[in-house]
Design a protein around this ligand. Structure first.
Ligand SMILES: [Zn+2]
Length: 205
């Protein structure tokens, strides 16, 4: 009886520790653009073509790029991430934002309230829209993984990063059916912690 209780307790503690500390691969999102079907039609004569698939299922970096500009600054050759979406979105770092003279809000993808206005252009055409954000730090996972970790969508977790510039930062769980388990940081966060794509962090509650 006592032994059984003891073993169960040990098992519960081990399980808790396992759930509370989980290794995760970190990927870095450079500045990029998502386009709607309408915006794409204004900017290109042909469909997006796949340069390379991303870890997130169905997502790809396109061969096609655009110019992103404001009256203060410009970035050429900004990669489009496909497939086309129901919203236009320009995701940049704060360092990028300074060069463009804008102050985008930190947002979850698709949440564009307060987004900054930028112009997206190609040789074919251009659109100007309030669609620029700084992406929030997030960790993708599918519902099975979320269940395993005891995590719900939008829950704030801790990511510990080791190395010469180590630290612990907040990341938000992003649970979706096609979610591939990995953290996405922008280039400012990655550079601050000397992170390279594929580095491993430790996730905890
Ligand atoms: Zn992501």
């Amino acid at each position: 009886m006592g032994n059984h209780f003891f073993i169960c307790s040990i098992y519960a503690i081990i399980k808790m520790v396992m759930i509370m500390e989980e290794k995760v691969s970190i990927n870095i999102s450079a500045r990029h653009v998502h386009l709607t079907k309408e915006a794409h039609a204004k900017l290109f004569d042909h469909d997006l073509t796949v340069r390379n698939p991303l870890n997130q299922i169905g997502q790809f970096a396109a061969n096609e790029t655009v110019t992103v500009k404001t009256d203060k600054g410009v970035f050429e050759n900004v990669r489009i991430i496909g497939p086309l979406r129901s919203y236009n979105q320009v995701e940049i770092s704060m360092t990028d934002a300074r060069k463009l003279g804008i102050k985008p809000p930190v947002r979850k993808s698709g949440h564009l309230d307060g987004a900054e206005t930028v112009t997206i252009s190609t040789p074919k055409g251009e659109i100007t829209e309030a669609c620029s954000i700084i992406a929030d730090r997030h960790v993708h996972m599918n519902p099975d993984k979320a269940k395993e970790l005891g995590v719900v969508d939008d829950e704030v977790l801790k990511l510990a990063i080791s190395g010469e510039k180590s630290g612990v930062i907040d990341v938000k769980a992003k649970v979706s059916d096609d979610g591939y388990y990995e953290v996405h940081l922008d280039t400012d966060d990655a550079n601050a912690f000397l992170i390279n794509p594929g580095d491993i962090g430790t996730l905890s509650k």
